[in-house]
Design a protein around this ligand. Structure first.
Ligand SMILES: Nc1ncnc2c1ncn2[C@@H]1O[C@H](COP(=O)(O)O)[C@@H](OP(=O)(O)O)[C@H]1O
Ligand SMILES: [Mg+2]
Ligand SMILES: [Mg+2]
Ligand SMILES: [Mg+2]
Length: 308
């Protein structure tokens, strides 16, 4: 293990921690005691969010004590049941070769962004496929590695759950070879539970043939990876750094792009503010990102810029 570069070990442990968190998320649902707390307007937290975060953060802290780990649910008790701790790194992932540019980083260069359960609103309403666990790894403020685990995905063999990973300069894994979205149509994916007038006006300007309203930043990225949508467009504040770090890394490792609605990449360093006030604009591999960015009306961009 120690012979692998730090970044490889961090992603490999993130894969096993995300898988363990996914089991916890399924267990909480099976028990049926969701323990819902309202953190604010349209902002729920459940026992699954809390337990999954404790599992992931405690596991990462134990293996990488000097790495800063920031989780959506804030500071939590990290004394967890021993069976929640993950002790093994994903050995399949470790077979990949680390890109040269990421070989010599130190623990101080890293920040790990954890969204223990993305799509909480959908989790409570039974749209279980939309739920993901997101672990994003940033190096010197840039999103470079990510894990998107989908705890309720059903595989062809009848197994449950899948884990998609991506590292910039290496590629992605855990998902079938990616298809590019269909030519001749333009499909956009966006929020299901956090829409507003500005979000809608950006969508209207794009004149899509179809709008897929689904939950979670992670699941919308899966739609881009699977060729079901060309673009993810959310012209509003509301997402936070833990929503976009893993999605950005995975999408960009596959040749897509994720920025705010003005076309700027987010930064993920230790001291950044959590809110992504600039919204989200992401396009799949093979889609002309610049063309989509140009179609977002100036008035929408100005309204969002004024609130940055
Ligand atoms: N207006 C808002 N208020 C609170 N959270 C918001 C929000 N808009 C987006 N988000 C968060 O961004 C993520 C993706 O949102 P959406 O599904 O609407 O596209 C969700 O993450 P969580 O489910 O992890 O909290 C959601 O809570
Ligand atoms: Mg939340
Ligand atoms: Mg989220
Ligand atoms: Mg969440």
């Amino acid at each position: 293990m120690a012979q692998h570069p730090l970044l490889m070990r961090v992603v490999a442990f993130s894969i096993t921690a995300a898988n363990r968190a996914g089991e916890i998320i399924r267990e909480v649902l099976n028990k049926g005691e969701l323990g819902i707390v309202d953190k604010g307007k349209d902002d729920l937290q459940t026992e699954a969010d809390r337990s999954a975060q404790r599992c992931i953060v405690a596991s990462l802290n134990r293996h990488f004590p000097k790495v800063k780990v920031i989780g959506e649910e804030g500071a939590m008790d990290l004394k967890i049941p021993p069976e929640w701790l993950t002790n093994e790194a994903d050995s399949d992932f470790l077979r990949n070769k680390c890109p040269d540019s990421l070989k010599n980083i130190t623990e101080e260069d890293l920040v790990i962004w954890v969204d223990p359960l993305d799509g909480t609103s959908e989790y409570t309403q039974g749209f279980l496929e939309h739920v993901t666990v997101l672990i994003g790894v940033s190096v010197n403020e840039k999103a470079v590695g990510g894990v998107i685990h989908q705890p309720f995905f059903k595989t062809d063999s009848g197994a449950i759950g899948r884990t998609i990973w991506g590292v910039k300069g290496m590629g992605i894994g855990g998902i079938e070879p990616t298809t590019t979205p269909p030519d001749g149509r333009f499909v956009v994916t966006t929020t299901r539970s956090h829409s507003n007038a500005l979000v809608q006006s950006a969508l209207d300007a794009l004149k899509p043939d179809e709008v897929l309203r689904v939950g979670g930043a992670g699941y919308k990225i899966i739609q881009l990876l699977e060729g079901k949508a060309h673009a993810y467009v959310f012209a509003s504040a509301g997402c936070k750094k833990w929503d976009t770090c893993a999605p950005e890394a995975v999408l960009e490792a596959n040749g897509g792009i994720l920025t705010d609605i003005m076309g700027n990449h987010y930064l993920y360093g230790k001291n950044v503010a959590f809110p992504n006030k600039g919204g989200v604009l992401a396009t799949a591999k093979g889609v002309n990102y610049q063309e989509v960015l140009n179609k977002i009306p100036t008035q929408v961009k100005e309204t969002i810029s004024k609130k940055l």
